[in-house]
Write a protein of this length. Sequence first.
Length: 63
Amino acid sequence: MDIARKIRTHMKDTGRTQTYLCRQIGLSSTAMSLALGGKRRIRLDEYCKICKALDVEPGFFLS
């Protein structure tokens, strides 16, 4: 399973929305949608912000 899919699954499981995540990390909804849809790479700085916003360690989605 790729990282974007793991992030989407975790968001669904924890009741967090894409809008919530966009607000937390300061990314446009278009950019977030492309990233979580696998059509845009998630930059390292964005990934770190996503992990922080979702209260997980950076390695959480890598395993």
